[in-house]
Design a protein around this ligand. Sequence first.
Ligand SMILES: [Zn+2]
Length: 327
Amino acid sequence: MRRRTFLSHGVTAITAMLAPTLTWAAKSMQTGLVFDEIFLTRFFGPDHPEQPERLQVARKAITAAGLDSKLQKIPLKQINDSELKLAHSAAHIAGIRSNHGALIDTYARAGVGGTLAACDAVHRGKVRNSFVLVRPPGHHAGNAGEVVGFCLFNNVAIAARYLQRRLGYRKILIIDWDFHHGDGTESFFYDDPSVLYFSTHRFESYPRTGDPERRGAGAGLGYNINVALECGAGDSEVLHAFDTQLMPAALRFKPDFVLISAGFDSRENDPLGCFNITDQGYADLTERTRAIARASGHERIVSALEGGYNLEGLASGIVSHLQALMK
Ligand SMILES: [Zn+2]
């Protein structure tokens, strides 16, 4: 009897000792979600497609799908000019503030802070991977000193440099499945072999960049992959591009960290796009991305929202993407 008591106490003590570890381990298997009310601010005019309702509807859809309790909420990180300067010029940072005012500047910085917070959480093992439900988008932002294509600061480009220079990762893969080419992102890494940029997009649409012949320069030659698709391209065309062009390059590259410019204006029925990717297609693209990370020896993925202007379509595409990240 005494022995049983001892044993049961012993087990209780061991369980108590392990509890924080078990909790941490369970959380580290979760997918993170970055969202903040500040992203619901209206930046542009009332009829502008880049509207706060995009995230309102998406947030509700995430709740309706029963995902809230399974996602690890990640708060924004406070950032300053030094983080913005990881990618942008001082002139661009000053231009955003002087051309568009302190308020818009603050909201755009919050988007960067959200993306970097997701990188921190994955880096520290708090979550396995993370989605950043953010606006405004970022992949058109280079160093123009003003808003371009609804973008102010390039969330994903800054995250890539943050991962390299602050967190010590060497090779970053950026996968951009937005309908539009991420000209800003391409511009930062065009001659850089440490960042592999892959984009599927319609070449003839805004911003009319993304020529497949532009494959990088100097040491970065071959590390910029543009796949131009025609109107009507759907799951099979985009998956074909992933399987035949992204996969071989990414498996050779072996990224230490993967970033996704997750645009959902490449989805069917988007008012600004003419591709036909379905919700299942986004799940498949997500699974391909996870396979690349796993083949590189880890699960480190941060996905940040870019475009997507059909409210219901955007929301269901995001839910499908999240569910595939959470599997
Ligand atoms: Zn777009």
